[in-house]
Design a binder for this molecule. Sequence first.
Ligand code: SUG
Length: 417
Amino acid sequence: MRLPEAQMDGLVGPTHNYAGLSFGNVASEKHALSVSNPKKAALEGLRKMKFVHDLGVPQLVMPPQMRPNLGMLRPLGMESIEKTPKELLHQAYSASSMWVANAATVSPSADSEDGKVHITPANLISKFHRFIEVGSTSALLKQIFPSGDFIHHSPLPPHAIFADEGAANHMHLCKPDDNHGTEIFVYGGASRKYPARQSLLASKTIAGMHKLKRTVFLRQNPVAIDAGVFHNDVIAMSHKNLFVYHENAYEEMNVQDLNDFKLILIKEKELSLENAISTYFFNSQLVSLPSGEIVVIAPQECEENAQARACFTWLVDDGHIAAVHYLDVRESMKNGGGPACLRLRLPLTPAELATANSNLLLDNLLFTTLCQWIENHYRDRIASDDLRDPSLANESIAAVSELYTLLGLKELAAHGR
Ligand code: SUG
């Protein structure tokens, strides 16, 4: 029996809504201004965490950030929710910190010359509603991993040349029994339609800061970006020595660099780019069980799509994965966030994991407590006009404040940008 790679999920916050803020993310654009259900969203995410915990995988909870982000609004002269322009309100209210695959790039100690775990919070420069997560994310990560085994870097400078979206564009491949491996960084190609959200300079700078021994840099295929692949984790999935990717994922790929690993190419005729994006097949979450077997947690949408279901069936039949579990995270999916977007992988040794803030480690008691907290505080509908309602602001801030106390975390309300 071994310790599987730990997972940390972002708990969906009480202001989860559909504001159409992410140009290039087709689900976010499609559902812009529709009515959200924050209670359902938070419970879906929490049930996924419980499912992973029940598989025997260590599961941590990353709490939501305080929204609306008054620390961002006040210096801009916005003293009242009623008078704040709608487009700014949408930014201030976004619960986007739930997608912790964009929180940071994490490199395991085995990959680094100094034998430390390196963490660089993403600067999220491409979208303003995400950029305002960065201060609180950095502070939270330090509270979650306070030990000297972890090196917390500052986010890269907030400029487009350093555009960085964290683990969603980063993969770590290694042998099944050895964390020492190769880190793959994926950066944007020259898209004609949508902006690329990760720059090569950002990826190379992080690789240098993390003192990585073995790296590979892959350029995204602009055809994929233009079809709606705004992050690598929408077109490839990986875990341990397994790397599954779509034919149209990269501009070119030197497979010699990845000879040590099991590369599985999914062809366009097996799963069209369109179906890959609509089902979020590649945003499935691969996890190892204590037995060493790899299982996958896939969005429910994959079970309902013949091509995606068939691809999973052959991955199981050919012995690459032991089982596929389809879970419903539809509220998050409607904003372009699947099972893998909701989690940050923590490839830690047992000793390193033991130093993490244990208040955030999910167990049956914390699960029940969080379910109750959600039931007590969350609305089951938020429409765009509700963002003007000061009582939504007050109740959301009170709820998150209560949660921080409950989890023994320092209040982060003061963090603006
Ligand atoms: O940054 N959606 C997120 C989804 C992030 C998905 N993460 C990964 N692929 N790892 C984004 O585009 C939409 C919010 C809105 O429109 O209200 C949003 O931010």
